[in-house]
Design a binder for this molecule. Structure first.
Ligand SMILES: Cc1cc2nc3c(=O)[nH]c(=O)nc-3n(C[C@H](O)[C@H](O)[C@H](O)COP(=O)(O)OP(=O)(O)OC[C@H]3O[C@@H](n4cnc5c(N)ncnc54)[C@H](O)[C@@H]3O)c2cc1C
Length: 335
């Protein structure tokens, strides 16, 4: 019988949405193949009770910080304590850094960016992931065990938990010798945090925001204020086209809060959001390929012949985005 371990770590004392999604993935797979389920947590957190599952925790000051040596030791210990044959973990940067090493230490195998899991009656497990910038979907099955699978966020319903106090088994791990001391966090100086993976809406700004408008002038400052006002009102995540973020390096008028981290597309990110609103963007294929996982797509463009109108969006408003967004902001504020 397979033994499934969902490996997680808290963020600021609680399990993140991505961790809760991995628990759902573990529960669903355990039910499908009749496997046992264990949840293993690295670090202290308020933990939900997961019906029918063991709850293992590695605690202590050394394990509270993200750091390769301690995370790898804790993850390995949890896998061994759970006798795990299948390990599901959220595809966080913390686990991306250590999961391959943990697989190697256990003599196992790893696959990343898993978007779906399916268990067959006879115990066969199929994992789905995308390749070549989300253009090719593959279904992977392996006989090697343990098999570690990093699950992408936004692919499962987050585990809701129940109110019963969780009964926790503490796993003692000797803290390995470390050469790294974590002395704090330093974020890039982009001002406001605009990338919000858990947001329902993706708002994309294209290069049109910084181009000459019908009055022959550019209005970058006004564009920046309008966009930030909308983000403040909706808590949407901010994406950008490549042309817009490239402009900063070319000495052109730019929106100061945008970096290449915001870029969506073939050479950018492929985020997951329920809805997307593209503004002042032409909707060319290398950009739209990054919209693969946006379910409801809308665009505002002046060009009736843009890529969005040619089948890439559900709704296209052929209109001036400055005017539409001002009106939208006013309606949101009035609400
Ligand atoms: C190998 C390769 C990889 C690439 N990777 C990426 C990638 O990852 N991501 C990406 O985005 N691009 C990528 N590109 C570039 C991509 O092909 C396009 O050049 C880019 O997406 C264009 O950006 P844009 O639509 O913002 O700008 P533009 O093409 O300049 O379009 C601006 C649009 O704004 C509209 N507009 C102007 N003013 C207004 C207004 N007031 N109201 C409404 N609309 C207005 C205009 O009508 C126009 O349609 C890649 C290209 C290559 C070759």
């Amino acid at each position: 019988m397979e033994s499934i371990l969902v490996l997680t770590h808290p963020e600021e004392g609680v399990l993140s949405k991505a961790s809760l999604e991995s628990i759902t993935a573990g529960q669903e797979l355990a039910t499908q193949i009749g496997a046992s389920l264990t949840v293993g947590v690295i670090g202290s957190a308020t933990l939900p009770t997961v019906d029918g599952a063991r709850l293992l925790v590695v605690e202590g000051e050394a394990f509270a910080q993200a750091r390769f040596a301690t995370d790898a030791a804790a993850a390995e210990a949890l896998c061994r304590a759970a006798s795990a044959t299948i390990v599901l973990a959220p595809n966080t940067s913390r686990f991306q850094r250590v999961a391959a090493a943990v697989a190697h230490r256990l003599g196992g195998f790893i696959d990343t960016h898993i978007t779906a899991l399916k268990g067959e009656n006879e115990g066969k497990i199929e994992a789905t992931r995308w390749f070549y910038r989300q253009r090719v979907e593959a279904v992977v099955s392996r006989s090697q065990r343990p098999w570690i699978l990093l699950v992408d966020a936004g692919t499962h319903t987050p585990f809701a938990g129940n109110s019963a106090a969780a009964s926790v088994e503490k796993i003692a791990v000797a803290a390995p010798q470390t050469r790294t001391t974590v002395c704090g966090f330093r974020a890039p100086e982009t001002g406001e945090q605009t990338i919000r993976p858990d947001a329902k809406l993706l708002f994309v700004a294209g290069a049109g925001w910084t181009k000459k408008q019908s009055d022959g002038q550019i209005h970058t400052e006004e564009a920046g204020k309008t966009i930030l006002r909308f983000l403040g009102l909706t808590k949407a995540s901010l994406g950008s086209s490549k042309s817009l973020v490239d402009q900063g390096g070319e000495g052109n008028s730019v929106l100061p809060f945008l970096t290449h981290m915001n870029q969506i597309g073939q050479t950018g990110a492929t985020p997951r959001h329920a809805k997307g609103l593209s503004t002042c963007c032409h909707g060319e294929e290398p950009h739209v390929v990054g919209w693969r996982f946006i379910s409801d797509r809308r665009a505002i463009s002046l060009d009736p012949n843009c890529g969005w109108t040619r089948g890439k969006a559900d709704v296209v408003y052929i209109a001036d985005a400055f005017a539409v967004m001002d009106k939208l902001n006013a309606l949101l504020e009035a609400k």
